[in-house]
Write a protein that binds this ligand. Sequence first.
Ligand SMILES: Nc1ncnc2c1ncn2[C@@H]1O[C@H](COP(=O)(O)OP(=O)(O)OP(=O)(O)O)[C@@H](O)[C@H]1O
Length: 746
Amino acid sequence: MPKVRGGGRFFRLQKDAGDGVFNPEDTTQVRHSKIGVWDLYEQVESRARFVPSSLLPSLESYHSVQGSLPYVWRMLHEIAAIRGCLWLLAGYLAITLTLAVIPAIELYFAGLLLEIVQKALQHREIDRNVLFKVALSRLACSIVSRLLSLGSIRFQRPLNERIRQYYAVQSFKARTRLDVPTYSDSSILRQLDANQTGRTNLAWNSVVNTLDVLSTIVELVSQFSVLAAMLQGQRDGLLLASLSFAQVLFARSTRSRQWGGPTGVWAATTRNRDYLRTMGMAKAVHEQNHRQEIVAGGLTDPLVSSYREAAERLGEEATDFWNTYQLFRVTKRVKWSQFLNDPLEQLPRIVFTLRAVQYPADIPLSLASLQLITQTTARFSRTLFELLNDTNSIADNLANVRKLYDTFMIPNVVEDGRVPFPEDQRSLDTGVSVEFRHVHFRYPGAARDVLDDVSFKIDQGQLCVIVGENGSGKSTILKLIARLYDPTSGEILINGQDIRTLKLADLRRATSVLFQDYTHFPLSIKDNIALGDPAAFAALSGDQQHSEIDVRVHAAARLGGAETFIERLDEGYDTYLERPVEDAYSALPQGTKTLFGRSVEYRGLRSAGGMTTHAINLSGGQMQRIALSRTFMRDDGVGLLCFDEPSASLDPTAEHGAAFFLPELFPHMRSLTPVHLDLFERLRLLRGNKTMIFSSHRFGNLTRHADLILYMHDSRILEEGTHNELVQQDGGYAKIWKLQAQAFLP
Ligand SMILES: Nc1ncnc2c1ncn2[C@@H]1O[C@H](COP(=O)(O)OP(=O)(O)OP(=O)(O)O)[C@@H](O)[C@H]1O
């Protein structure tokens, strides 16, 4: 039977272990409970020795609100700086606060009205003039309140929109600026995702929440003033007000907490094999990329039967953590104290009756006043407790602002340098030099080094080819040169300067890298190619035609060998490789063939709207040619070009096929007439005098032209030199070269 911590009792809070190090094995620091298929680990708190557990959430809430306030302040500042938002915010605030005072005014008039009634009953006469004024004022209150509520909506809508837009851009930026190691950290991803899901307008919600708190406080203060005025001069008034207050307090304390995840520092995991397996199967079925294997492998039936069996074994316990926690934390105990609520509510009346009996000649308080005092006190205390009760959600909401701002400030693992690179932009035309000195590297979280004491030097303008078996570390070298990661130890020098000191933006501008594990963006083919030159991409906009950039994109596609197949696509360069937005369709029940006598047919709608139902499927080689075209987008301002297996998935015709050289793309080659060139020749032409580094499995065309070949094996560079030198050495390189050459012999 699953266990869960019971609420309401006192539990002992341990002292810190002393050394301040959190040790998950130490049971004095961690409390473990099993909830369904989940294991919950809670860090034992050390704030106080004995704190009632029912008070802990509130304490934490206050603590959290306090910590979030600077962020909320910063948010309000930023919102006020958004165009037009300051006035909208001021108007919204004024309306909200005015609305908060109205209940107290209404209460005041209700008191006056009761007084009139009381006098009328006692003296059988009525001041019609006063009665009329009071009734009219009461009506005016209702009308003003209604009008203000309508006015409030007029302010809300544009405020909400502008704030949403502002923070959408901020959140996009926060994610985009992260580097590779930071973005591979699962805890960072969790942090980013937590801010995304279900919180479309977190900042706006927080503004509303903050103003709600403010207006509740104003409401309380104004109501309290009316109440205090009412109690003045009323004998026993204070006693009865206190009794009413005590009743609401009692009712609140006996109510069970509605929502609650565990509080404090906690983490939950599951090791239940069946649960993991069902979740894995559900994910595999859900994601499109597994469909081919599922269908071709005949996996449908086995998947369904395995899923069903596992789900039956798991029973109702198998839900996500939040559901499970909710399910098990519902306390089954009956709170007997709840039965006392109703009699307590009557207590003020009972006391009033007793006092009336005690002093029959001099009833301290009229019945009307009793009613007004108890009602007002109840209303006041409810507003007060709502505010207190809401602290959890307020704390959550404000903490979200903090989390949002935290994501804007996640530090990157790869720190930016300060030195501009290169000092003289023209020097890039002759390439850059790259030197590794005793570089060791291990991927974050990996168990072993993938580069082990790697040293080499590529001079300016050289063509270097790194060869070696799969997994020997070739791509890793290119990733370090692009500074996606920093070496674990050792140094990388670019033009003799430590790579860590160079401004990252400059370094990236001066380098062009085609990764083996390149990806395509869910954007148009034109955008995908234009991304090779970030400035060109930024100049493109959704609708406009940019003839100059278009010409460059087409030229790059031609050099990358992609032009022919792109032009054959229906939408050519505007084709989306993956459509990022799903089309929407009317949600008619499955199988609906007719609707009000008309046949239900989507084909006409789809062709009218130019919608397709199938994804564009390009071959791996075609995809790579688009990626290659991307690298042809840029020539000026680049001093180093890196290609990770550029021909790995290109068919021979692509690699050796014909393509026209375009003088408009490469001004430094304008003197040449258009010729037929194969891929490597195109790349070499693109290079001019720039430094070029290839990683490749293939020996031959490329290695023979290389100024430097680095032969890698098992994370180390074993041999280096030119093709002829390495063949003469007759080592590992020569052996593989001979093997590959044999394959082509008749
Ligand atoms: N992001 C990563 N995290 C952890 N390990 C990685 C990561 N990327 C690569 N590795 C590991 O680093 C080692 C070297 O990989 P690398 O990609 O540099 O090899 P390679 O020589 O380029 O191989 P290939 O010829 O197959 O492209 C491999 O063992 C690989 O599993």
